[in-house]
Structures are given as structure tokens and as C-alpha cells.
Write a protein that binds this ligand. Structure first.
Ligand SMILES: [Zn+2]
Ligand SMILES: [Zn+2]
Length: 361
């Protein structure tokens, strides 16, 4: 079968045609034919050999962690899914240690040992193949009306988990009423989906991103009713003067300096949610920023991966987004790419949309 694989030792990424067709091996497993695989910055890090690892004993890792597929076969003990259903799989699987409370209680996204696996990223093959087999416990059924956009489920779960954490955190402010103001830093797919989730929850949201207008990301943001401000043209202090201090900053840019600079726009008792993974950057003085965090009773929240409830919530939110902004999610997606295009899409040479998607079949 055809699959997109990275060979870390040979420093190679290529389409292979001899990947073994996976078979159902336990009664709770499901075989899924892959339809679409979204690509993101994590894939870029993997194909640049900065991140990720093949399964033990394998010289390669099949890529792909954002997936939409169609059920083609179910094990005899599978309930709730049948042939012809469309599904999205979760990414992370628990570590084996009895001493890891998060993994033992169904929250591998909070694993404390680091020995979890992630399909298409760390220690387990991904979904960028013609088909895959997965336990029914890690699959979420996609309603028919969401088939065109459900490849966005996994990137949306980042916001779902973050906003669920935010609710818990803000219980520390018992007098707080209303959601307040949010600034989203970075207008890529995670930022756009995060903005939609924030708007749905009632936040007066502003998109804050590097490129000056006009550009595709600004147009997408403004189509949501979310004003777009370029960080090249407007400093965080000026942003506060224009729209007020933020109660929440949702960082989705993966640039440390930009994230810390934008903290100047965070108001007292605010929360800054960090979802991007910054690469190595020039050192700079963080003391003034940390001073502001202390004197403002602020919270810096890092978040990664997501739990099953976040996938359920993401599917519910996608349905809401489609009703509120008809056609908008479809406009995010560019799905004309083939598996052979994987590298060019990930590195931006063949990028065509806010969210680039590889189509299988
Ligand atoms: Zn991703
Ligand atoms: Zn664990």
C-alpha cells in the first residue's frame, strides 16, 4: 500500500508503495480508508529531522496525524461504528507506566513520563497511508454534514482543550462576569480555528498577526467578524489603546519573542495560552515581561495535544461554525494535494490555503 514515510537515518522523506496493508488483529479494532490528511508545523519539524521517532524496530515513520477516513471493516466487538461511517482518529496513546496518573485515568495528553506514543509523530505510524487500523476507543464518528471540513477536527482540538483549561483557571476569579476580550496571535489554521472558538464563547476577539493587510489570512479573519491587526504596523501598547487590554491571549504563532511582546497587551488577571512550539531564537530580556506577569496576577498556560472530550467538542463546534459562518471552513482548506506533494506542501512550496490537506483516493 502507498504511504508517506520519513527515514531518519537516511535523512529521506518519500512515498513508499510497499507498506504492509494493516489488518484487524483484535475484536475492538476498526480498519479505516484514509481520505484526507492535514499537514502542519509538526510535520515540518519531523521532515527536517528535528522531532519525531519511528516505531521501535522500524527504520521509518509513516507521517500524518490530522486525518479523516472512512470505515471499511470493523472487529466483531466494535459498537457504535459500521462500514461506511466517516471518522477522525485521536493522536496520542497512553504510556505503559502504572505510576502515571494522567495516562491511567484516560488523559494521556497530560502524560508525566514522556513515554506516550503519538501516531505519525512519536513511536507509532501515522495516517498518511491508504489505510490504517485503530482501536474503536480512539475514533470519533463524523456526522455526514461535516465530511467536507472534518479534517480540521484535530487542529481545532488544540483550542478546545485550551479553552476548557481556561474555564477551570478563571474560576480563581469568582467576581468575573462575561468572557471579555481576546487577542489571537498568529492567523494560521490554529489561530483561525481558535478565533472561531473564542467568538463562539462570547469573546470580543482581535486577530494579531505579522503580515500587513491585504492578505488571505486577514480576509479569512475579517470574514468571521474578527478584526485583523498587523503586528508589524501596530505595537501591543497601541493595540491596547485601540481595543482595550486582553483578558485572554491565544498564541498560535510559535515565535517566542512575538508571544512575550504580545503579553504587553494582556490585562490584569489575564491568561496567556501558548500553543505554538517556538524554535531557537535570539536571547532577549524577559525580566520586564515576567514582572508584568507577577504584578498583574497573570497566568501563562502551555497546552499540547487533546483528550477525547475535546474531539467531541471540536465536532460539535465545527457544526456550529458551519451554521454561523457558512462556507468559511471550506475556504480554509486546500485539498488538491497528492501524497507525492507531501514535502512540498509541508515546506510551503506548494501551499495553497490556510490549511493544506493531502488527499488519498
Ligand atoms: Zn498538526
Ligand atoms: Zn503517561
Amino acid at each position: 500500500m502507498k504511504a508517506v514515510a520519513v527515514f531518519p537515518q537516511q535523512r529521506e522523506v518519500r512515498v513508499i508503495t510497499d507498506a504492509p496493508e494493516p489488518r484487524i488483529q483484535s475484536p475492538t479494532q476498526v480498519k479505516v480508508r484514509t481520505r484526507e490528511v492535514g499537514v502542519c508545523g509538526t510535520d515540518k519539524e519531523i521532515i527536517e529531522f528535528k522531532h519525531g521517532a519511528p516505531p521501535p524496530g522500524s527504520d521509518h515513520l509513516i507521517l500524518g496525524h490530522e486525518c479523516l477516513g472512512e470505515v471499511v471493516e470493523v472487529g466483531e466487538a466494535v459498537k457504535g461504528l459500521s462500514r461506511g461511517d466517516w471518522v477522525v482518529p485521536r493522536v496520542r496513546r497512553p504510556c505503559p507506566h502504572a505510576t502515571c496518573p494522567p495516562c491511567r485515568s484516560g488523559h494521556p495528553d497530560f502524560c508525566i513520563t514522556g513515554d506516550y506514543t503519538e501516531r505519525g509523530i512519536k513511536g507509532a505510524h501515522g495516517f498518511a497511508a491508504e489505510s490504517f487500523v485503530e482501536d474503536v476507543a480512539y475514533l470519533h464518528r463524523v456526522p455526514t454534514e461535516l465530511r467536507e471540513v472534518a479534517v480540521l477536527t484535530e487542529p481545532l482540538t488544540i483550542a478546545e482543550k485550551a479553552l476548557r483549561q481556561l474555564e477551570h483557571l478563571q474560576e480563581r476569579l469568582p467576581w468575573k462576569i462575561g468572557p471579555g476580550r481576546a487577542v489571537v496571535l498568529g492567523a494560521g489554521p490554529v489561530g483561525q480555528l481558535g478565533a472561531m472558538a473564542l467568538v463562539r464563547r462570547g469573546y470580543a476577539t482581535t486577530m494579531y498577526s505579522r503580515s500587513p493587510k491585504p492578505n488571505v489570512k486577514a480576509e479569512a479573519s475579517e470574514a468571521l467578524g474578527v478584526p485583523y491587526v498587523s503586528s508589524k504596523e501596530v505595537r501591543p501598547e497601541e493595540l491596547v489603546r485601540r481595543v482595550g487590554a486582553a483578558d485572554v491571549i491565544y498564541e498560535a504563532a510559535g515565535v517566542a519573542k512575538a508571544a512575550l511582546e504580545t503579553l504587553k497587551a494582556l490585562g490584569p488577571n489575564g491568561v496567556c495560552i501558548l500553543t505554538g512550539v517556538p524554535s531557537q531564537e535570539e536571547p532577549f530580556d524577559v525580566a520586564p515581561v515576567l514582572k508584568g506577569v507577577v504584578l498583574g496576577n497573570q497566568v501563562l498556560l502551555g497546552t499540547v495535544n487533546a483528550a477525547d472530550v475535546d474531539f467531541d467538542m471540536a465536532l460539535e463546534d465545527l457544526r456550529h461554525f458551519q451554521a454561523r459562518w457558512p462556507g468559511q471552513l471550506e475556504r480554509f482548506i486546500c485539498s488538491k494535494h497528492t501524497p507525492e506533494d507531501f514535502c512540498d506542501v509541508v515546506t510551503g512550496k506548494k501551499s495553497g490555503g490556510i490549511k493544506d490537506v493531502i488527499r488519498f483516493i
